[in-house]
Ligand binder design. Structure first.
Ligand SMILES: C[S@@+](CC[C@H](N)C(=O)[O-])C[C@H]1O[C@@H](n2cnc3c(N)ncnc32)[C@H](O)[C@@H]1O
Length: 191
């Protein structure tokens, strides 16, 4: 009976039934480790978490830095997360460091996010599961609900043609994600 129930249990949207899994935690920890590469970032800094999910990023960040955290999500999991739909554009204030972990795969137009971030944000740290591994079939992508599956060079082309500067890319071949730390025009004019 229990087996049948779990067999027929509907998967949560955005694969959130996996949100406590180790790879998701590792991704958030890896993303936070990129913050150390940001030059002259004073504390407390304002961290904006796009597609915040269960706020694991906030917990990891506060263990390491003094931050002022704002999380946004289409389906907030707690009252302190701001309701926001990425398909309608970015929030007006992206803080000092904006994070988008496990979000961009679900957006039809990632290019728009990069184009908007260039004028409204300072630093952006984002993850993306690229097609370079060759591991994801069309069926699997549909199951996951991912709207795009670009290669590293396609993503980097979107980032740089939007005017963002790539500071660092970190590939995790075990968990099949890449993370980027990029800076915007406004961050360059601050330095
Ligand atoms: C794969 S989960 C990642 C959650 C969290 N960032 C993490 O790493 O644990 C994707 C998150 O993005 C949110 N999301 C998906 N599409 C969205 C959209 N169009 N606008 C805002 N949030 C969205 C989902 O509700 C979900 O919380």
């Amino acid at each position: 009976m229990i087996k049948l129930q779990s067999l027929f249990r509907r998967r949560r949207p955005f694969n959130l039934s996996d949100q406590r899994a180790e790879p998701w935690l590792r991704r958030a920890e890896d993303a936070v480790s990129l913050v150390d590469l940001i030059p002259d970032l004073a504390q407390p800094f304002r961290a904006v978490d796009l597609g915040a999910g269960d706020k694991k990023l906030s917990r990891i960040l506060t263990g390491k830095y003094k931050i002022e955290y704002t999380g946004y999500d289409k389906f907030p999991q707690s009252d302190d997360i701001v309701v926001w739909n990425a398909d309608l554009g970015l929030p007006p204030d992206l803080g000092d460091v904006t994070f988008a972990l496990g979000l961009i795969e679900y957006l039809a137009a990632p290019r728009s996010l990069f184009q908007e971030a260039v004028s409204t944000g300072r630093y952006l740290i984002f993850s993306y599961v690229t097609s370079d591994s060759g591991l994801y079939s069309a069926n699997r992508l549909e199951q996951l609900g991912w709207k795009t599956h670009h290669s590293i060079s396609e993503i980097e082309n979107m980032v740089t043609s939007a005017g963002l500067k790539i500071i660092k890319r970190r590939d995790n071949a075990d968990d099949n994600y890449s993370l980027w730390l990029v800076s915007s025009v406004s961050s360059l004019s601050h330095s």
